[in-house]
Design a binder for this molecule. Structure first.
Ligand code: ZN
Length: 98
């Protein structure tokens, strides 16, 4: 699946055992422009992880990640925005033809 972050293509992949093997529910790789999410994540959990990682991709795309802003602040921003969106909006994945 391809996402678009301010016009830039970012791949979304699922990885089996990511949480068990690496202790991560998801991550964004700025070098490869890919978001990887644990394959067992479902529903609101999946959406929370996806939005969180999309924010990391957006921070990379808009240059915020390159400003020297601390990793902690980036995590707080990504997690709090993702949480408030999932808490308040009924989200369905956008169907996109690739
Ligand atoms: Zn994060």
């Amino acid at each position: 699946m391809k996402l678009k972050i301010f016009g830039q293509a970012v791949s979304l992949k699922k990885e089996k055992g990511l949480a068990n093997n690496k202790g991560l529910s998801g991550y964004y790789c700025p070098k490869d422009k890919v978001i990887v999410i644990d394959a067992d994540a479902r529903g609101d959990e999946f959406m929370l992880i996806k939005i969180h990682e999309v924010f990391h991709a957006m921070f990379d795309r808009i240059g915020l990640a390159q400003t020297g802003i601390s990793r902690d602040v980036q995590e707080i921003l990504a997690e709090s925005v993702a949480t408030v969106i999932v808490e308040n909006f009924d989200l369905k994945p956008k169907r996109r033809k690739n």
